[in-house]
Ligand binder design. Structure first.
Ligand SMILES: [Zn+2]
Length: 320
């Protein structure tokens, strides 16, 4: 959706600005959000577990030739490829939508930009674009799990756990072109947030990794729907996460849905926004029926709330 517009001979004869306006008008008529306005973009939250939207536009003459603005630059952040969308407005340019790890240190970070021409990568044109990440402290959460094996796995569980970890890791770095629907996402299931993103966690008084997604409480069997179109890249019954579906939405945006009662999709299946992918359950390490939804952007877990088109539920308080 945010890719390079199709070119044709007649389009090439037009002056760049006129061409841009025409292209914009054409895709506006098709209602394809090729050019991201602030309404299309996720919420910016320049903190660990958040998102920073970094403009990388043609205004920077040292790093970018305005005439070659049509080609999407290649952007990386700590070696992971970053989502890039067209910015809207009178000055054509690009925006990097950068996921910030929950473990990121506050301070200055930078993305690596490689400019491209229609012929390919322009090896002589690389640049760095710095940005700031603020400090954020997340509250603690203490959870009691009756099945101790799910807190301190036995030796015989370890090979299964590490194999599942490798499978998830592979799925999270999956890169595919942008999908054709809007960038923002819908709720996969409606319900109160029973555990928000990022909490510093303790299971049976033992410190564990922070909460990597949001928990949405819902009754067992409630349909879980794709928050955005995508391709299923992994499914399985994982040791900690229970029945799990991993869905690649394109450009490094990858969802993971856990603790499902039932999985209704298979690997490589392409599913549309709002299509059912399974039902809410409490499989794996869960204290009650809920959907755990993790969202990966450039291979880091970010708060999925930032990508929701309807954040009315932000005002709801944790219930358990
Ligand atoms: Zn969770």
């Amino acid at each position: 959706m945010y890719g390079k517009p199709e070119s044709s001979d007649s389009m090439k004869r037009l002056k760049p600005l006129r061409r841009f306006r025409l292209t914009f008008w054409f895709f506006s008529c098709l209602q394809l959000p090729l050019y991201a306005t602030s309404a299309d973009l996720p919420l910016e939250h320049a903190a660990p577990g958040g998102i920073v939207i970094v403009p990388i536009n043609a205004g920077n003459a040292q790093t970018h030739d305005a005439q070659k603005d049509e080609v999407e630059p290649l952007v990386h952040f700590y070696g992971n490829r970053v989502m890039v969308v067209r910015s809207s407005g009178t000055t054509p340019g690009w925006l990097a939508v950068v996921g910030i790890a929950r473990s990121a240190k506050p301070g200055t970070h930078s993305i690596d930009i490689q400019w491209r021409t229609p012929a390919g990568l322009n090896k002589k044109k690389t640049s760095k674009q710095p940005f700031e990440v603020q400090n954020k402290s997340y509250p603690e959460q203490h959870i009691e799990i009756k099945n101790k094996r799910l807190v301190n796995p036995e030796k015989r569980d370890m090979s299964r756990i590490s194999q599942e970890y490798r499978e998830m890791k592979r799925a999270f770095v999956h890169w595919s072109p942008a999908g054709k629907d809007a960038l923002k996402m819908d709720w996969p299931v409606r319900g109160p947030i029973s555990s928000p993103f990022g909490l510093t966690r303790f299971f049976n008084q033992q410190p564990r990794l922070p909460h990597s997604g949001i928990d949405i409480a819902a009754t067992e069997g409630t349909p879980v729907k794709a928050p955005k179109s995508g391709r299923v890249v992994a499914t399985g019954h994982y040791f900690f996460n229970g029945n799990t579906v991993i869905l690649d939405h394109g450009q490094g945006l990858v969802s993971m849905f856990c603790h499902l009662e039932r999985i209704d999709v298979g690997v490589t299946q392409v599913i549309k926004r709002a299509e059912q992918l399974g039902t809410v359950g409490q499989t794996g390490r869960a204290t009650g029926p809920h959907l755990h939804w993790s969202l990966n952007l450039n291979n880091v877990r970010i708060d999925p709330m930032l990508f929701l088109s309807d954040t009315l539920q932000l005002i709801e308080q944790p219930t358990r």
